[in-house]
Design a protein around this ligand. Structure first.
Ligand SMILES: [Zn+2]
Ligand SMILES: [Zn+2]
Length: 326
């Protein structure tokens, strides 16, 4: 039985790359059913989710749409390697405020990303580098605190990014599972789903830079959730953070009245329907939200996702590097 349910070969290939690169976490503990700590804190920082005690998403995989889970097309943990859980992980929760980040402030003046609408298609073209944002230093410097917990040996590289999404997406008859890559951020950086190769909570376990990005084995820089470098000022509904591969938007953490959203406010795929501004028009349209609660962005697709091209096939920087240290 194949572990890949998606017929999308390109995405499947990318998924393997995701898996290979993100497998630098510690010993697998996905069968854990015991709860060593229960979240009893009453601090409410975001939509009922306490940023200092976010429930870990480890093992929260489903085979159908389910709120709070990720319906992953990939169902088998793979890869691996040894790293240790950072001290920001406390039993079955993690503390966003304690988590370390990869140091550095690397500029990418050659970053390129454009969004255009041609006929019925939204065309995203770029080279995979972050537009208007810097990154940390990768490979993760050996003398950094981040290196103690994550020895990501990969570098950031350019590649040919092109996606053609439905400009006016519609709901599919049935939701579908989320592949390894779920969208493209407006910064030009690709968005992966919330799992690492061990089907653990990548946002919690993996050490990212100050913009919440890091590269995988073929040098593709990516996010697993909202980027801290996403500019989302104001008090009303959040701005657009990314386009999902089914064409729907993925917005920031705030809902219609400016309230911080949590899973309880969203459907099984992490979205909802209300009036939004879409290509300068006010329309009632389905859309996803990024939140600080697992699965962070897309839990499954409500529209019909396009085939993804595996990044790294074109430009430099795609050569696989040595895998994560054992
Ligand atoms: Zn990753
Ligand atoms: Zn909304």
């Amino acid at each position: 039985m194949s572990s890949i349910r998606s017929p999308i070969i390109g995405v499947a290939a990318l998924l393997l790359l995701v898996a290979a690169a993100c497998g630098n976490d510690g010993s697998s503990d996905e069968s854990s059913t015991t709860t060593s700590e229960s979240a009893t804190t009453t601090t409410q920082d975001s939509g009922g989710v306490d940023a200092t005690a976010i429930p870990l998403g480890d093992g929260k995989i489903s085979e159908a749409p389910r709120r709070g889970s990720l319906w992953s097309c990939m169902t088998d943990a793979m890869g691996g390697g040894a790293a240790v859980d950072g001290p920001w992980i406390h039993g079955d929760t993690w503390n966003m405020e304690e988590k370390v980040e990869v140091p550095g402030d690397v500029e990418w003046p050659q970053a390129m990303f454009t969004i255009s609408v041609e006929d019925e298609e939204r065309v995203l073209t770029g080279n995979g580098l972050p537009r208007d944002a810097t990154t940390g230093v990768f490979p993760i410097p050996g003398d950094s605190e981040a290196y103690e917990y994550d020895r990501n040996p990969n570098s950031i590289g350019e590649y040919d990014l092109e996606y053609r999404l439905p400009a006016s997406p519609t709901l599919a008859d049935e939701p579908s599972c989320a592949p390894g890559m779920v969208g493209v951020a407006t910064s030009g950086v690709v968005l992966f789903n919330a799992f690492d190769a061990l089907l653990r909570d990548a946002v919690a376990h993996e050490v990212q830079d100050h913009c919440d990005g890091h590269p995988q084995e073929s040098s593709v820089y990516h996010y697993h959730g909202l980027s801290a470098c996403f500019d989302d000022p104001g008090t009303g509904h959040s701005a657009l953070f990314a386009y999902a591969l089914d064409g729907f938007g993925i917005y920031g953490t705030r809902g219609e009245n400016g309230e911080e959203l949590s899973n309880a406010d969203l459907d099984e795929c992490h979205g909802h329907v209300h009036e939004i501004t879409w290509d300068d028009e006010t329309v009632e349209l389905y859309h996803y939200h990024a939140t600080i609660e697992f699965p962070y962005t897309v839990g499954c697709f409500r529209g019909t996702a396009v085939e993804g091209q595996p990044p790294g096939g074109g430009a430099a920087g795609g050569a696989p590097q040595s895998g994560p240290p054992g």
